[in-house]
Ligand binder design. Structure first.
Ligand code: FAD
Length: 795
């Protein structure tokens, strides 16, 4: 009994993360009580006295923390300056809560739901709608291989290139949410159009100038960029520096030279860049290069480091203008070379004081930028697929049934609908965080990676459902180009495999963990005394954190999280399950960091799975927040449920894969006990739930409209989407008529034959009325238009 009581006491203290002195006092009282009751134990008292010494901080520092600090320094992987700058970029937000193992859901729900201003909404309903109408994607991809000149002029004149530029410089000064809505809407019309608008607003010169530019640079360039008088590109990647962009070999040598007839201090540049979006038409190149100062014209250092400058593309020595062909999606993209190009020193973004700060600048801007554009484009693809493929699956019939009614098709339809809901929720929540002034570097990596990956899966599913109609390119094809473009989003702004394996967990563990960054800072502190004091505090906090997470993980695992206090309502159990898995994640992440140390950096399959757990917890949080922000709409429940169950199941499977492959087997067995004390309870979305989600895509409704809100929806029947939206209600209205006819055939009253004659016979024999026949006739005509594909006299 005494042992059970002691265990319960220890568990309670651990669960509630009490301070060390509280532990000591409570255990002392307990041992005292046993002693008074005549059941005292000398060994227990001895152990207690030894442990109680941990409260004597100076002693503890010398006996425990100092040797552990030495060990910790050995375990730390070596880190370059560029790695450190990448790791330190941005801020921590909800990712920190998920890492804590005890996410405060009320805090998340209290975050304001992002909303558009009237001006932003008017821009979406006006110029964006107008631009979409100008973008004939077939013509763009097959004839012009570019946007039409009037679209180029329109985007420049209407300020599309200046969405992030403040009004004082003539820009639109839109929120991240509005920016996202604009890109998303254009992407549902033309990927080429969306990428063209995206780039000047993304990780380009404008963003860098806004944060780091000198007043003079801002005054000169921002108004010109806002009105499209300058077309910018940003050139970082080269043949030898792709994912490892910090290894950029392009060089700038500080020297004196002549610029516009004047002798001036400047930089002689040599570069070879490729894949540069808008490069072929750019008038101004944001260039990243490594700056050297062999003659010490700027200071003591010779290798100054990565630097960003604004280089007018017309300067002598620059070759620009030839194009790459990115999978047939003809946004402007190409290489550029510079040979002995001379620029004045004040062309460095931020002036010469920012020389060598380029990598930090890039990482800081990436920390927000990658959370906006590509997630918007990816969600656009999800919405387009949900709306168009859902309608198509109802309109297209095989074996006398709409293909969407076959269970085999329901499966991809459910994935399309549920995933689109999740993508949209993550997009909106992330934009909301950015609009609140945050720069959540790990979260933006999560949404960039997961939304572009999910776009690829959703569009693949859509292509499978559409069959041949998706494959035959032409003006009638509404998904083929999006399918072709999927790998582009995967590769740019941090290629996905690298983002998953190295950044999400690598950066997450250091930035979001409540103690690791403190421990690292302490280990790097040149002041030994101060370093030891800092390390000691962080270390004991960390130990308490781990003990608590172990207690919580086990208890929450055994109870399925049922006793945790979370927001109420239908989604209550999902909040509880997410809390439970967050505690398990915190425990497992710590165990992996402790047992694998610096090796975890190379164990990308393990860190990738940890990244997936953290990411799915974030995506799940976004779904729950969206559902609560919208005041729990009942008709969205199947989508919410599907997205939650899918995310929870993915988390469980990532844990299973991690534990199965964890190199330290005894630790893996122990962790399994704490993470899955009663086995793996989650099964993912059921077939029945999938049926409900698929059903949402198959007919017009307000929930389907909400799922696909923000898309460009052409009304014209010459447009594939217009034809689908026109045909869907007609086909649904005709279904009872078709049923009457089929029943009549089954009853032997009518002979089965091709559609037109069949109808005439139906009316003549009184099976259907003339009005009903007309309903069916209209549906058949609309369906014929939808299923037609293009052919050409010659290719
Ligand atoms: C259409 C398009 C537009 C672009 N626009 C621009 C632009 O405007 N400006 C610009 O500067 N750049 C641009 N890029 C470049 C883009 O950012 C790079 O393509 C990207 O960084 C990847 O580099 P890479 O293609 O050389 O691939 P590599 O670096 O050779 O990578 C190949 C694969 O290896 C993986 N990988 C690499 N290292 C690791 C690792 N340590 N762990 C796990 N996996 C790893 C990557 O994830 C990738 O899957 C563009 C590229 C394309 C295709």
């Amino acid at each position: 009994m005494a042992v059970v009581l002691l265990l319960a006491l220890v568990w309670l203290l651990a669960y509630f993360r009490v301070k060390l002195w509280v532990w000591t006092t409570v255990v002392a009282m307990y041992l005292g009580y046993l002693t008074v009751a005549g059941r005292g134990n000398t060994v227990a008292w001895l152990l207690f006295v030894l442990a109680a010494f941990l409260n004597v901080v100076p002693l503890r520092r010398v006996l425990v923390s100092r040797p552990l600090l030495g060990l910790f320094r050995k375990l730390l992987p070596p880190m370059s300056q560029t790695e450190r700058e990448a790791l330190e970029a941005g801020t921590v937000w909800w990712d920190g809560e998920l890492f804590s193992g005890r996410p405060d859901w009320q805090k998340l729900l209290a975050e304001p739901a992002p909303a558009l201003t009237q001006e932003e909404q008017a821009f979406l309903d006006g110029p964006v709608e107008e631009l979409c109408l100008m973008l004939d994607d077939w013509k763009i991809c097959n004839e012009l291989h570019d946007l039409p000149p009037e679209a180029w002029k329109f985007v420049k004149d209407k300020g599309f290139f200046g969405m992030i530029i403040p009004k004082e410089y003539g820009g639109l000064q839109f929120s991240a949410m509005a920016h996202s809505q604009v890109i998303m809407k254009i992407s549902t019309r033309s990927i080429t159009g969306a990428v063209t608008v995206m780039v000047p607003n993304s990780l380009g010169p404008a963003e860098l100038l806004l944060h780091y530019g000198t007043e003079q640079q801002k005054d000169h360039y921002l108004p010109r960029l806002a009105r499209g008088a300058e077309v910018p590109c940003f050139a970082l990647t080269g043949p030898e520096a792709g994912s490892d962009a910090a290894s950029v070999p392009d060089s700038g040598i500080v020297c004196c030279g002549t610029f516009e007839g004047k002798e001036t201090l400047g930089i002689r540049l040599n570069w070879e860049k490729r894949y540069i979006t808008l490069g072929p038409v750019a008038t101004i190149i944001g260039l990243a290069f490594r700056l050297h100062d062999p003659d010490h014209l700027l200071g003591d250092k010779e290798d100054i480091g990565i630097t960003c400058a604004l280089v007018p593309s017309k300067l002598p020595g620059i070759t620009i203008g030839t194009r790459h062909d990115p999978l047939g999606i003809p946004f402007q993209n190409g290489p550029t070379w510079g040979k002995d190009v001379f620029i004045p020193i004040d062309f460095i973004i931020g002036g010469d004081t920012m020389a060598g700060q380029g990598w930090r600048m890039l990482m800081e801007t990436l920390a927000t930028g990658r959370g906006i554009s590509l997630p918007a484009l990816s969600t656009g693809a999800g919405k387009l697929t949900s709306r168009a493929i859902g309608a198509y699956a109802r309109i297209r019939k095989q074996f006398k049934l709409p293909i969407g009614r076959f269970e085999g098709i329901e499966e991809p339809l459910a994935r399309i609908g549920g995933t689109t809901y999740l993508m949209d929720a993550a997009r909106v929540m992330t934009c909301g965080a950015i609009d609140q002034g945050r720069k959540p570097a790990v979260i933006t990596a999560i949404v960039k990676y997961h939304l572009t990956e999910r776009m690829r899966k959703v569009v693949n599913d859509g292509m499978d459902v559409q069959g041949g109609g998706g494959i035959i390119l032409g003006p009638r094809n509404f998904l083929g180009r999006t399918y072709q473009s999927a790998p582009i989003g995967i590769t740019v702004e941090g290629a996905n495999i690298l983002t998953r394996s190295m950044i999400i967990f690598g950066q997450g563990a250091i930035r979001c963990h409540p103690y690791i960054q403190q421990e690292m800072r302490a280990a790097a502190d040149p002041d030994q005394r101060q370093g030891l004091a800092l390390f000691d505090r962080a270390l004991f906090g960390h130990i308490g954190f781990m003990i608590s997470n172990a207690a919580r993980s086990l208890f929450l695992g055994m109870t399925g999280g049922r006793l945790v206090r979370v927001p109420g309502g239908p989604a209550r159990r999902y909040f509880q399950k997410a809390t439970r898995l967050s505690a398990a994640f915190a425990l497992t992440a710590d165990a992996a960091l402790m047992l694998l140390g610096g090796n975890l950096k190379r164990k990308e399959k393990l860190s990738g799975r940890l990244a997936d757990i953290l990411s799915n917890l974030y995506l799940l949080s976004a779904v729950l927040k969206q559902y609560e922000d919208r005041h729990r709409p009942q008709d969205e429940w199947p989508l919410v449920k599907w997205a939650c169950e899918e995310s929870l199941f993915s988390i469980q499977e990532s844990f299973a894969g991690l534990l199965r492959n964890f190199p330290n087997r005894p630790a893996a067995w122990l962790l399994r006990l704490f993470v899955f004390p009663l086995g793996r309870p989650l099964a993912g979305p059921s077939d029945r739930l999938g049926h409900q989600v698929a059903g949402i895509l198959l007919e017009p409704s307000s929930v389907r409209d909400r799922l696909t809100a923000g898309m460009f929806l052409p009304k014209s029947l010459t447009e594939p989407l217009g034809r689908l939206d026109d045909a869907l209600p007609k086909v649904i209205a005709a279904e009872p008529v078709e049923k009457k006819l089929r029943d009549a055939v089954r009853a032997g009253k009518l002979k089965d034959q091709p559609d037109a004659r069949f109808l005439e016979e139906g009316v003549r024999s009184g099976v259907v009325t003339a009005t009903e026949a007309e309903v069916l006739r209209l549906a058949l005509a609309a369906r014929a238009e939808v299923i037609r594909v293009d052919d050409f006299p010659k290719l």
